[in-house]
Design a protein around this ligand. Sequence first.
Ligand code: SOE
Length: 384
Amino acid sequence: MSKELRIGLIGYGFMGRTHSNGYKRVGDFFPDLAYRPVLQTICGRTEENAKAFADQWGYASYETDWRKVIARDDIDAVDICTPNDSHAEIAIAAAEAGKMILCEKPLARTTEEGQPMVDAVEKAGVANTVWYNYRRVPAVTLAKALIDEGRLGRIFHYRANFLQDWTINADLPQGGAALWRLDVKAAGSGVTGDLLAHCIDTAMWLNGGIADVSAMTETFVKQRMHNLTGKVEEVGIDDACAFHCHFDNGSLGLFESTRYARGHKALYTLEINGEHASIRWDLHDLNRLEYFDHRDDSVVRGWRSVHITDGDMPYMDKWWVPGLCIGYEHTFVHQVADFLAAVEKGEPCRPTFRDALETGKVCDAVLASARERAWKDTGVDWQA
Ligand code: SOE
């Protein structure tokens, strides 16, 4: 008989839905876990919306003040899905109340804001994780295994892009419900904290720490109407960012992200070139991992497109039969499963708050480098 792990979800936007789906599905597909999430309460500021979300997703109750969620004795874990500017306050209060915490990425707007969050969870000794979900795409998880086995040999290059096009319209306002990602006060930064943070998390997981960076950013639309003030205000986020870097292992990195790449909705791609082999992956074709191995016989040497659906691939024994695909939403189910397994074993669920702080250090260095037009050391201390 599994034990209940009662969830208090704070925030009911896009991420509130992806996480809720993870909690709901996990028990059906990972039946051997010792813990079972219970959708205990959902919290949002607008009562009507919080109640509607609770009804739709099957939460037992709703709240309109996150402090009440944290004060409740019947909540074991707090899941933070609010805009970035409230992560720190909620996480620190939750840790002090002894709750486990699952926090949406990025951890915080800056390293300075994130450090007390790390201190709070470590002092309280509570389980914690940050939802960098792309680690849990089976093809990406497999890439990690292939790299760790040494199949690629020495790594020379790491390349990643995350391209979108949803903010090109100059009439799009900033701030408020769905558009807080355009408001620097709420988000902290633009594509750097929102999209490159994903690329940086995956990159350091696969290839180790990033030592220094040189970056450029651009804000293409400099003023937008602010939904909360009704006034036209300066835009403080970066619409596009490109940086290159050195990894601790001596390899070179090249990263680009923008929300102005017409035609690209969420194109996250990565490529790693090693001495023996290379790996490529693309979010739009997420069940495939491309692999080239120079050690193959020359007559058959070439890029292999491996369909990651067989039961011996990461996570895939839990899903369908070989040949049948899974999607974006499954990465959140995997993260919940890994979190529950980690709680059971008393082990950290990576990326922890501390791991996510290191990603934040790279983001801070990228933004500082762009601002000052100079190379910046990141100060990252990456723990494999
Ligand atoms: C932004 O559009 C966004 O929703 C990010 O916030 C997510 O983290 C990313 O996975 C998809 O794009």
